[in-house]
Design a binder for this molecule. Structure first.
Ligand code: BGC
Length: 732
């Protein structure tokens, strides 16, 4: 995010003309309030529905009488800096008030949750990360930026780059998985895609990096829960994707809900001011998460809302999402001497700079032609959504080579998830249309396959024996879609049991008992505990929630028109009780093994079900001849790769290292590089990867980066478990 000298001067000139109230207005992010038809606040009303005080039908009736208040008067009075919304007509209307009717004409920033696509919804992040393809991450983000801007949204609350190692946490779906290196690649590429093309105002938005920080480490995987960790872990595992994205130029950052070592991230001076703003020199602005400043009172870190507001502003929180605590209290706090006005000036300078960089002062509106063009999704968007979906599919098991399916075979498609448009889009997709969604049933029909659909059961539907009998009678093969509904994943959707929900295991048992081959397609937003399924099913495909082109992508992979090439960005446990489970854990003094007094579970052993980086193809690959050479500034790593099967395929060659002895215990393996390689049947290639010595260090508790001489193990392979290894002594 670079401003020209003239732009910087314009920001300063505006700042000098602003009253204290107008400055504080810029620090206020509003969303349309729902009003009328009820006596309590909208938030209270929602609470009443959630805890059962009023039934759903009553709520729907009340809502039919409600209207939305867009805070027009506040905008006119300069009391709103940013607004939530995804409607371009409304965005223009509100913008006109800000630009033409407020005293200084400062445009609004329209923000929205565009996490994995706007109307063109592509795969959820945990799935897309498994494509191991930074250029794809960039292209999908760029598509989302353009679509957002065309709808008046110039600020996307994405990317979510929380490293997440506990599959119980519902929000693992929104982020790039458990590994800091992959998450950093994802973060950089997403910033580049969202913000990189500033050649025209239509092409870019301000990204909002979230949730800063360590939200993914919430204790026991329960959303919003406390986090506590040594600083070294924070620096080595949770901060890297944020640092990478800030280096790439991320314009804004959203603080997370959790407290970190006792201090909520909303008013955490250490993470916001010291690390982000001082150490990393982040030039953009920080926004709180929804209602988070108020929640600091609930946390018990501030005695009342005005104090929470002052503490947050002092800590480096520039914008308040949704509470109006800044709006209603900061002026008084400055006048009373409880808050230095310099904090306000700093925040407003940052906010105005982002608006200036977005070009909003010169081009505040969405052109009418663009609004009309939004009616139709461009073909290029559909093609990209299809490509992303295909590349995110992970083949987990294909024991009897049932896949790819023979086109002449009749398919009985089973499972309620297979035929529901709303189940393909994944958690936190907001601006999609059901008519755009291709279900798996529709995708198979589009492909021309001989397919009949028998619901038979689902995550929230009981087993239907008659339909199972009919499915067995029709098909040569049964394709069973099982897993989680979208509402079982995402925010506020943590689970204490991540095995197959509802009666789906029973359904699978009955399908297997028919004697027909069963292909299980998983639709889910988190790693699941599938010990039983992996033992009994010969064919399993992880399809995640792949977005609007899901059905077409799944059909192409099932029928062999596209080869599966996705990998797991997150470890799959055998049982829920193993969580958090991740490949890059520190070594113990008693690493898990078959003997009893080692780090293991009596009932789940010490291994995962499917490791990080895992995924099969329709062909097989052999690795040989790992060679590691010290080239001064870097290690040159080469490994032979041969496609030993009968079809072409794409392999993701992964490079890991272990620092064998460190002044802080080091992870057993750390991903340090990867390369996707496509080989024809029988083809071999030597794959070369470079490991910069500067990247072989780690942070200590003081945040100092250390490069320690000694022995390193270098690994190369097709996943984090099955690798070739060579040791090398490295001096820095
Ligand atoms: C979520 C954020 C989201 C925000 C605004 C919060 O509940 O944690 O990820 O961006 O709402 O919708």
């Amino acid at each position: 995010m670079q401003l020209t000298k003239a732009q910087r001067e314009r920001v300063e000139s505006l700042l000098s003309q602003m009253t204290l109230e107008e400055k504080i207005g810029q620090m206020n992010l509003e969303s349309p309030s729902i009003v009328g038809g009820f006596d309590v606040s909208f938030e209270e009303l929602i609470e009443m529905v959630n805890d059962g005080r009023i039934p759903q039908e009553e709520f729907v009736k009340i809502m039919s009488t409600a209207t939305r208040d867009f805070h027009e008067d506040d905008i006119r009075a300069g009391r709103v800096g940013a607004m939530m919304g995804d409607d371009p007509v409304k965005a223009n209307e509100l913008q006109k008030i800000a630009v033409e009717e407020s005293r200084l004409g400062i445009p609004l920033m329209m923000g929205f949750d565009v996490i994995h696509g706007f109307r063109t919804v592509y795969p959820i992040a945990i799935a897309e990360a498994g494509s191991f393809e930074p250029d794809l991450f960039r292209r999908t983000a760029s598509m989302a930026a353009k679509e957002s801007r065309a709808h008046g949204v110039c600020w996307n609350f994405a990317p979510m780059v929380d490293v997440a190692r506990d599959a119980r946490w519902g929000r693992v779906s929104e982020g790039p998985g458990e590994d800091p290196y992959l998450a950093s690649c994802f973060a950089r590429a997403k910033i580049d895609g969202l913000q990189g093309d500033t050649s025209s105002k239509e092409n870019y938005v301000a990204a909002c990096l979230k949730h800063y920080v360590a939200y993914g480490a919430c204790e026991s995987g329960r959303d919003y829960n406390t986090t506590s960790m040594a600083n070294s872990l924070l620096y080595n595992a949770y901060l890297p994707p944020f640092k990478a994205a800030v280096e790439e130029g991320a314009a804004t950052v959203m603080a997370s809900f959790n407290d970190l070592n006792g201090v909520p991230c909303t008013l955490n001076r250490f993470t916001l001011r010291e690390i982000l703003k001082q150490c990393w020199r982040f030039p953009g602005f920080v926004v709180s998460d929804a209602n988070a400043i108020r929640e600091c009172v609930v946390h018990g870190i501030a005695g009342d809302e005005p104090t929470a507001g002052v503490m947050a502003a002092q800590a480096g929180m520039d914008m308040d999402m949704g509470t109006e605590i800044y709006l209603n209290n900061l002026k008084q706090a400055v006048e009373d001497g409880r808050l230095d006005g310099a904090y306000i000036d700093e925040a407003v300078r940052r906010i105005l700079s982002v608006k200036m960089w977005l070009g909003l002062f010169d081009n505040p509106y969405v052109p009418q032609t663009q609004i009309a063009a939004n009616e139709v999704i461009p073909q290029s968007n559909l093609a990209l959504a299809l490509e992303a979906a295909e590349k995110s599919i992970v083949l987990l098991k294909n024991d009897d080579r049932v896949l790819p399916l023979d086109r002449s075979k009749k398919i009985s498609l089973v499972g309620t998830l297979a035929n529901k448009p709303e189940e393909v889009i994944g958690a936190w997709a907001m601006s999609w249309k059901p008519s755009d969604c291709v279900t798996i049933l529709q995708g198979l029909k589009n492909s021309g396959a001989a397919v009949e659909y028998f619901p038979c059961g689902g995550p929230d539907a009981p087993v239907n024996e008659e339909e199972i009998a009919a499915a067995a009678a029709y098909g040569d093969v049964i394709v069973a879609v099982v897993g989680e509904t979208v509402s079982m994943t995402g925010e506020a959707s943590s689970k204490a049991d991540i095995s197959m929900p509802g009666e789906q295991r029973e359904m699978l048992k009955k399908l297997l008992a028919t004697g027909k081959p069963v292909v299980a397609l998983l639709m889910n937003g988190r790693p699941m505990a599938l010990d039983w399924e992996a033992e009994h099913l010969g064919t399993m495909v992880e399809c995640w929630h792949l977005g609007i082109q899901m059905g077409n992508a799944v059909a192409r992979v099932l029928l062999g028109d596209a080869a599966p090439q996705g990998r797991l960005a997150s470890t799959f446990p055998r049982m829920t009780g193993q969580c958090p489970l991740y490949y890059n854990h520190p070594n113990t003094g008693r690493p898990g093994s078959k003997s009893k007094f080692t780090s293991r579970y009596l009932d789940a052993g010490f291994t995962e079900l499917f490791p990080f980086g895992y995924g099969l193809s329709y062909t097989q690959f052999r690795y040989d001849g790992l060679c590691v050479a010290d080239k001064g500034d870097y290690l040159a790593v080469s490994v032979g790769l041969t496609n030993t099967g009968e079809r072409a395929g794409t392999e993701t060659v992964q490079l890991y290292m272990q620092d064998v002895v460190g002044s802080i215990v080091r992870p057993v393996k750390e991903l340090k590089g990867f390369e996707k390689v496509t080989l024809k049947a029988g083809e071999s290639r030597e794959v070369s990867l470079r490991l910069n010595k500067a990247d072989m260090g780690f942070y200590n508790d003081r945040g100092e980066y250390l490069l320690e001489d000694g022995t390193f193990r270098i690994y190369a392979g097709g996943n984090s478990r099955d690798c070739l290894m060579q040791e090398i002594t490295v001096n820095f």
